[in-house]
Design a protein around this ligand. Structure first.
Ligand code: AQP
Length: 336
């Protein structure tokens, strides 16, 4: 079976963007792919997180993986820091990556600006290095496919470049990964600023639908979502002219599994306010179900830790194989 790797960093409360961009695809993939679903805790150290928060957030994230239908008997669920090979390969890949190519990463540039301007803090080297750790995550498992949101496409391209570089130096060590990015829903935007990506770290919570939001705040956030002042108030997809409405259409389409053009036809004559009511009804119904399942898993911490432990054992075996291979190609002596 082809290998599929996907991860989320437990750097904050998960959002509907995280769900629509990646997690909603995961359970469907389990029968046709060998799936590894990772909680990227080391990545989340690149931004300041409270330690008590991080511990809780890691378990929250595993609970959401399960609530989204990931079956630990079919897929490997694990915590990144439990598989030390990620950090080891990270160092090796650092030595084959260029400062200039990392400096071009748009996510780094955006996050650097946000941290410096909003928090007046200095950024750490880990944030700069983030894409190389991500490349290690992916390459360690000889991954064929990586379901990601559009914001991560550039990082997967960088991963391919690094893999190509090592393959041409040392023979075929790494499989070249292909990003899986849906046409719609791969970049859910902020509700009040629909030209900006919805992010868990947004300082304005009104921009974000969190997976654990209560229904009254979902209704109020959608109601206040930015639209436009086009006179006809027609509902159709146009990212330039109607970014807010297009964003709500993408969310609606992901939740109903209906294509955007079909929805636009169905919504002919519907006012913006009515459309928002319909979207928040669907969102509320979906979130209530997801949250119910989430809480069922979340209250059983020993089960969550057991899954993570067993997942890490399986992941370590695969990771060790790749690491041994690259170590020997580099001339490092194996530890006997
Ligand atoms: N708004 C989004 N729309 C679609 N996909 C999204 N993803 C994130 N936001 C959206 C996808 O979710 C996966 C996990 O992301 P991550 O948490 O590892 O990192 P991120 O992309 O930096 O996500 P956030 O929410 O923006 O987190 P913060 O605020 O901590 O930086 C990825 O596949 C991502 O594309």
């Amino acid at each position: 079976k082809p290998i599929l790797f996907s991860a989320i960093q437990p750097s904050g409360k998960l959002t509907i963007g995280n769900y629509i961009g990646t997690m909603r695809h995961w359970s469907k993939m389990q029968d046709d792919y060998e799936c590894l679903y990772c909680v990227a805790d080391l990545h989340s150290l690149t931004v300041q997180v409270k330690h008590s928060f991080l511990e809780k957030s890691i378990l929250d994230t595993i609970s959401f993986y399960l609530a989204c239908g990931v079956d630990p008997n079919k897929s490997i669920i694990f915590i990144q820091s439990h598989v030390h090979q990620h950090s080891q390969l990270n160092w090796i890949l650092n030595c084959f990556s260029q400062f200039s190519e990392l400096s071009r990463m748009t996510q780094f540039k955006t996050k650097k600006t946000i941290i410096e301007n909003n928090y007046f803090k200095k950024i750490n080297v880990g944030l700069f290095n983030y894409p190389i750790l991500m490349a290690s995550d992916i390459l360690l498992y000889q991954t064929n496919f990586v379901p990601v949101g559009r914001d991560q496409k550039q990082h997967v391209e960088l991963t391919r470049n690094i893999a190509n570089r090592l393959n041409s130096l040392y023979g075929n060590i790494f499989t070249l990964p292909t990003p899986l990015i849906s046409e719609y829903g791969s970049k859910i935007m902020s509700l009040l600023e629909p030209k900006k990506k919805m992010s868990k770290s947004d300082i304005n919570e009104k921009n974000v639908i969190f997976l654990l939001d209560d229904i009254s705040s979902v209704v109020s956030k959608v109601k206040n979502a930015m639209t436009d002042s086009e006179k006809s108030s027609k509902i159709y997809f146009d990212l330039e002219k109607k970014p807010g409405i297009s964003n709500l259409l993408e969310i609606f389409s992901a939740l109903t599994n209906k294509e955007i053009h079909i929805l636009s036809q169905e919504l002919e004559g519907v006012m913006y306010s009515e459309f928002k009511n319909i979207v928040s009804e669907h969102l509320s119904k979906f979130l209530l179900q997801l949250q119910q399942s989430y809480f069922k898993y979340r209250c059983n911490e020993s089960y969550l830790k057991k899954i993570a432990y067993e997942g890490a054992l399986k992941a370590q075996l695969k990771a060790e194989k790749t690491l041994n291979d690259i170590n020997s190609k580099l001339g490092l002596i194996p530890f006997l």
